[in-house]
Design a protein. Structure first.
Lengths: 657, 175
């Protein structure tokens, strides 16, 4: 009964989405006020229907209703309640329902926060969001209905894939989806602007917060996924350049470019067509990510069982939205006339450079990710593109990006003096060189990590220089600087903090370049040494969990003969899924992670295979990402976003047609 | 101040530079780092040299997994055979096998051929136990041992005795 209600709510949402797609768009075209006004209530209605549908799915999971196919395939009565709930989106059907739910919430948010928007623009934005919703709801209902029944019901479900029974991964999809769907909103704004044939600063003021919010969530989502891979898969790495990881990185990269170019639209009324193009590509990349993950066309460590019919459907959706958007762009983009003119050396120029480099990196990652698919389709070649390619091809582009991102915020708009920027950054370069030589000396001549540390110091230093410059630190007395710091717009703080986050993340990545690893077979009582510690295997014992049993090792870490830590890695066995998982033991002091994994045990001798890692600065990778997202959040809280955007000049209210 | 024309030229020039460098980087990186997939039959037909890393995929032959007696303080070594039904390749791997590694299931490994043995540097893990890597499925189809339309892959214990002309009856893979 509840499952049918959920199914009905889903169908209702589709009907409302269809109305939301048609009425406001037609209304805006014929300038019918009542039709345009229907957009907001329809968006809210669609959102409520979707929430009801999602609640129904959560409910059937919680009561473990085995007449619902999706529950049978992905749940089990013995699973802890938390994972029964999060398991709702731990599978294809449920995660799609979550996707459309977030889209519905975004639509409701646009209609709620968007009261200040011109009526026609708001109607068009909501109309485009409705169109997107229609496509994905049709996809959900047609190919991936989570409420399909099963008869006769089996005694119990098959259980959720054990590696997904984890709180980090439970939160990963919602964060990622908020990011993906956020770009649906900037896409809708871009399409609405193309239809109207007009982009102005007020438009930029609306697009910027949405792209900022999407970017912040995507940053957190990617970081959480990477962190999960680090502690759950137990390989000791944090990023594998896996197609599915790249699929989330592509929209993030384009989103980073969009975020910056939207500032130029807002502040300087330039780069308009470019920003619209980026908004379209960002959403296209989000859809591509969904397609790559959901269709299984690419070989990936994350591949779930897949279905070609679904892949084809998403590909069709991708084509319709993206080709439609590009056609519209081709016909209407020439209507956008830039008014802001700038010199190559200026804040705008630096942002153009940022966009260029970020887009080049995107191109490299895009080609590397999709090449195996094309090579197979075109030449029948079975190839794979691994981490060495991505490292080799993206590194030369990341270097100038890190160099330039330090200088950009210190440049004034319109025209900058390179000399004055150099004068304010020279000490960062000194710190960078010092970091390089220090790292080289301490790490034993490892060049690449040392380069990484140099750039990390340079970027963090430049972020501090930016704030110091704005608060006139050392040029006036401290009290004065303090007052200036308090008066600084939050967006300035946000930008500096986000840039510093990039530097901290870079330091973490450089530190992982110095990670040490050791894999040995040990009998209880035996020990090995790594990173100045003596690691002694005390023993291995059996442990019982709610839906698993485990072998848990006790490893003592000794320094100078005294035990300083005890670590307990384990290897779990999930009888329902007939699968093992690795539970890594991690001990961190925020400077380095001690990381231990237990592998197989040898029958008879009692020897166990132990893998030990010493990961220098590993936590900084995710800490840096969290700081980036924090910077984004701070920027979102800026006054000029909270205070409503000024209305467009009345003289320009006359439509462009 | 710059004229609009001049600025446009600048931007175009920069774009060309960015695009050009991205292309150049991609191509040079491709040259060194593209990894080809080979099935055991491909390896038998043309033995790649020890200098070229590639990916070997197929099914782990049932009963072929052997662990060398663990020596304290040393990396453990595992040996197993990968088959596509027509040919078998011996694989040696120093390390811990991923959680989802099973006899009789699809596997993809990366490494080099040294003295007739495939020395794997990496054995790829999957999230899902029913998942069959697409290349492995393809290799099995090419060797004539499996028609996916007839159900799951036959148990690998029977692989080397099957008649390639007569595809196996559907059956569950061993677990």
């Amino acid at each position: 009964m509840i499952a049918e209600l959920g199914h009905f709510a889903l169908a209702l949402a589709l009907v409302l989405a269809l109305a939301q797609a048609l009425l406001p768009l037609i209304g805006a075209h014929v300038r019918d006020g009542r039709m345009m006004a229907s957009a907001a209530p329809l968006a809210v209605g669609q959102c409520l229907a979707l929430i009801a549908s999602f609640a129904c799915l959560v409910y059937v999971y919680v009561i473990n209703d085995t007449t619902v196919l999706n529950v049978v395939q992905n749940s089990h009565s013995l699973k802890p309640l938390l994972y029964k709930i999060t398991g709702t989106w731990g599978n294809h059907e449920g995660s799609l329902l979550l996707w459309v739910n977030i889209l519905g919430l975004c639509g409701a948010a646009v209609s709620g926060f968007g009261r200040e928007l011109p009526t026609a623009l708001r109607a068009r934005v909501l109309g485009v969001l409705g169109l997107i919703s229609v496509g994905f709801l049709m996809f959900t209902i047609k190919t991936s209905n989570p409420f399909d029944r099963m008869w006769p019901p089996p005694p119990d479900g098959q259980g959720l894939n054990p590696v997904l029974q984890d709180i980090g991964l439970a939160m990963h999809p919602p964060l990622l989806y908020v990011g993906y769907v956020g770009y649906a909103v900037t896409f809708a704004f871009a399409i609405a602007a193309l239809i109207e044939g007009r982009v102005d600063a007020a438009w930029g003021r609306w697009v910027r917060p949405w792209s900022l919010a999407a970017w912040s969530f995507l940053t957190l989502g990617i970081a959480l996924g990477s962190w999960w891979a680090y502690y759950e898969l137990g390989w000791g790495g944090y990023w594998f350049w896996d197609p599915v990881e790249n699929a989330s990185l592509l929209p993030w990269l384009i989103g980073t470019a969009l975020l910056h170019s939207a500032i130029v639209v807002e502040k300087r009324d330039a780069l308009k067509t470019w920003t619209i193009l980026l908004a379209i590509i960002a959403f296209a990349m989000s859809l591509l990510g969904t397609f790559l993950v959901r269709s299984g066309v690419l070989n990936s460590v994350h591949s779930f069982a897949n279905d070609p019919e679904r892949g084809l459907f998403i590909l069709a959706l991708l084509m319709v939205y993206v080709i439609g958007a590009f056609l519209l762009f081709a016909f209407r983009a020439s209507a956008m006339i830039p008014t802001g003119i700038f010199a190559p050396v200026s804040r705008e120029g630096a942002i153009v450079l940022n966009n260029l480099l970020v887009c080049s990196i995107t191109a490299v990652v895009f080609v590397g990710t999709l090449w195996p698919m094309f090579a197979d389709a075109l030449f029948g070649m079975k190839v794979s593109v691994g981490p060495p390619f991505f490292n080799a091809a993206s590194f030369p582009l990341v270097v100038p990006l890190l160099l330039a991102m330090a200088a950009g915020p210190l440049m004034p708009w319109k025209r900058a003096q390179l000399f004055s920027v150099v004068m304010r950054l020279w000490w960062c370069a000194v710190i960078g060189f010092a970091a390089f030589f220090l790292a080289l000396l301490l790490s034993g001549q490892k060049v690449m990590p040392a380069v990484g540390f140099a750039f990390a110091a340079w970027v963090v230093g430049a972020a501090i220089a930016d704030i110091a410059d704005r608060t006139a630190l050392f040029r006036t007395n401290l009290g004065n600087s303090w007052n200036r710091a308090k008066g600084l717009p939050r967006a300035a703080w946000g930008a500096a903090i986000a840039h510093a986050g990039v530097g901290i993340c870079a330091a973490g990545i450089a530190g992982m370049g110095l990670a040490q690893e050791r894999m040995v077979a040990l009998a209880p009582g035996e020990s090995t040494t790594l990173a100045g510690y003596e690691w002694r295997l005390e023993g291995v014992r059996d442990v019982e969990g709610p839906n698993w049993t485990a072998r848990r090792a006790t490893i003592s870490l000794l320094k100078d003969g005294a035990v300083v830590h005890v670590m307990e890695p384990s290897r779990r066995w999930f009888p329902i899924a007939r699968q093992n998982t690795t539970e890594v033991a991690i001990r961190t002091n925020l400077i380095a992670d001690l990381y231990a994994v237990i592998g197989e045990e040898e029958a008879g001798t009692g020897k166990a295979v132990i893998r030990l890692h010493y990961n220098l600065l590993a936590p900084w990778i995710w800490l840096g990402a969290a700081i980036m997202a924090l910077g984004g959040g701070l920027s979102l809280a800026d006054r000029r976003i909270r205070v409503s955007a000024p209305n467009r000049a009345t003289a320009r209210m006359v439509p462009a047609e | 101040m710059m004229t609009r024309k001049k600025r446009r030229m600048w931007i175009l020039l920069l774009c060309a530079l960015g695009l050009g460098s991205a292309t150049a980087l991609t191509l040079t990186a491709f040259q060194d780092n593209l990894v080809f997939f080979r099935s055991p039959s491909d390896v038998m037909a043309q033995q790649p040299g020890p200098d070229r890393a590639f990916r070997l995929g197929g099914l782990v032959e049932a009963g072929s997994v052997e662990r060398d007696a663990a020596v304290s303080g040393q990396r453990p070594t595992v040996r197993f055979r990968v088959t596509d039904g027509a040919h078998v390749i011996q694989v040696a791997y120093q390390g811990v096998l991923p959680d989802l590694f099973r006899e009789g299931q699809g596997v993809v490994t990366m490494g080099r051929m040294v003295d007739g043995t495939f020395r794997a540097s990496e054995v790829l893990a999957r999230h899902d136990e029913t998942y069959m890597p697409p290349e492995v499925a393809d290799a099995l189809k090419r060797s004539g041992h499996w028609n996916p339309a007839q159900g799951a892959a036959p148990p690998p214990a029977t692989w080397n005795t099957l008649d390639p002309a007569r595809p196996a009856a559907p059956g569950r893979t061993g677990s």
